[in-house]
Design a protein around this ligand. Structure first.
Ligand SMILES: NC(=O)c1ccc[n+]([C@@H]2O[C@H](COP(=O)([O-])OP(=O)(O)OC[C@H]3O[C@@H](n4cnc5c(N)ncnc54)[C@H](OP(=O)(O)O)[C@@H]3O)[C@@H](O)[C@H]2O)c1
Length: 440
């Protein structure tokens, strides 16, 4: 058999240790599929003395000097499973420039500075694969990057963060509030001790940037993505969604559009949204991920599965390792970055969306007209109005609940409408504002 393909593994935590295990368990099959055995040249970690359980690997392979490992003549492919921007960027740029192909699970780095990695890959004539960076085990990036390259993608809508999906699913199922559902997620190991990256939408925004870049042949970075997390979603919002035959999900949405000058653009956003129960993403529960792709010729496609976890993510990493190793043996390279379209990213204010607005209003004649007048002034058309039962106010006379769902309008016009409603003397409070996606 051909001489082995030698791997430098950077990181041996949740993902890295599963990659080591699978490399060991499946070594014969992997060798047969590639046409050469895979060998671990070294494993870079932070703590040399850390107890790594019964990991089936020679302890002498561990090192705390990733750069020396990457630079070693003995290494063909670098597999990065550490995370964070630096020093990972320095390591991967070094490897790629030296012609060593890279497989990485690092969504934060790809969203922050994917361009630097792609440029280095082009410079060194090396492959850059990152299937594990979005939606864990779900084959998604390769379909976007290869299978759908003959098509034109118009929109990608996804649930790409398992922690927030678990929390929202729990709120939907039990009527719990955000804090209670987060506590449950933490107890069950679905949320980290510091859940900020997940619940504030940073993790989903990084994935949205990666998906948009691939779908629209345009470099989109994390800073281009409009982001709102789920910390403000209340039990009352969820109940209101249910009353409309909907649920609430944290969605990443990347969509093609046109600006007022008729030029093609892309908008990329992450925020909680109400979707009808009939929408394919509504039934994606627990910590599962799913991505709904709408393409010109292919129509609607749905990708579903486990978006995180050691073994599922390791499956995606190893799929990339096999592809990179095969390319290497064939003396070939995967297609390089496709960013030729270079579409401009539209500001959130111009994104077309719909709002669901709950108001606590004074229950007296003329209120509805004054509220409707505000929508009209901002050119926002109302789709439905529901009035809840009147209840006694706290010494201010009677109140009523008003629930208004709009037609599609620019986000800036909708936001301005809400601002003006807040100042209206007939509106006691705007109790909830949620975007609505899908055909509600
Ligand atoms: N966990 C998931 O479900 C998941 C899913 C998709 C993508 N990812 C991505 O996969 C990557 C790894 O995630 P993970 O959950 O496996 O992380 P993790 O469990 O925290 O493991 C990180 C590993 O990196 C090592 N490390 C940290 N800093 C280092 C340094 N300066 N030099 C050398 N080694 C260093 C650590 O060494 P020690 O072992 O000595 O501490 C550890 O082995 C991240 O980019 C993450 O976003 C993770």
């Amino acid at each position: 058999m051909t001489s082995p393909v030698r791997l430098a593994l950077l990181g041996c935590g949740t993902v890295g240790s599963e990659v080591v295990r699978l490399l060991h368990e499946q070594s014969a099959d992997l060798a047969a599929r590639i046409g050469a055995p895979l060998e671990i040249a070294g494993i870079a970690v932070r703590r040399h003395g850390r107890d790594r359980g019964d990991l089936p690997v020679d302890p002498a392979l561990f090192t705390t000097d990733p750069l020396a490992l990457i630079k070693s003549d003995d290494v063909d492919v670098v597999v990065e499973m550490v995370g964070g921007i630096e020093p990972a960027r320095t390591w991967l740029v070094e490897a790629l420039r030296a012609g060593k192909s890279v497989v990485t699970a690092n969504k934060a780095l790809l969203a922050e500075d994917g361009g630097a990695l792609h440029d280095a890959a082009a410079e060194g004539g090396a492959d850059l694969y990152y299937e594990a960076s979005v939606a864990g085990a779900i084959p998604l990036l390769r379909p976007l990057r290869e299978s759908l390259h003959g098509d034109r993608i118009n929109r990608v809508t996804g649930i790409v963060n398992g922690t927030t999906n678990f929390i929202l699913s729990a709120m939907d199922a039990s009527g719990a509030g955000f804090a209670e559902a987060l506590e449950e997620a933490t107890e069950l190991g679905y949320a980290e001790a510091d859940p900020t990256a997940d619940v504030e939408g940073f993790d989903a925004a990084a994935k949205a940037a990666i998906l948009a870049s691939l779908a629209f042949h345009t470099r989109v970075g994390a800073a281009d993505v409009y982001r709102e997390g789920i910390t403000e979603v209340t039990a009352a919002d969820m109940a209101s969604a249910k009353a409309m035959g909907c649920t609430i999900k944290l969605l990443c949405i990347a969509a093609r559009g046109t600006d007022p000058q008729g030029r093609e653009t892309v908008s990329v956003r992450v925020h909680p949204a109400m979707i009808p129960l009939s929408h394919p993403l509504a039934s994606v529960g627990d910590a599962f991920n799913a991505v709904f792709v709408e393409a010109e010729a292919a129509g609607q496609l749905m990708f579903y599965g486990r978006g995180a976890g050691g073994a599922p993510t390791a499956s995606a990493v190893l799929g990339d390792v096999v592809a990179v190793a095969r390319n290497r043996l064939a003396g070939a390279r995967a297609a390089s970055e496709s960013a030729y379209a270079d579409l401009s990213v539209r500001p959130m204010g111009e994104a077309l969306t719909r709002y669901h607005i709950s108001l606590d209003v004074a229950d007296r004649p003329g209120v509805l007209a004054s509220v409707a007048g505000v929508f009209a002034r901002h050119d926002v058309s109302i789709a439905t109005v529901r009035q809840g039962s009147a209840e006694a106010g706290s010494g201010r006379g009677e109140d009523a609940d008003l629930v208004i769902v709009t037609h599609v309008a620019p986000d800036a016009a909708l936001a301005a409408t809400v601002r003006e409603l807040r100042g209206l003397d007939t509106v006691r409070s705007v109790t909830s504002v949620l975007r609505v996606e899908g055909g509600v």
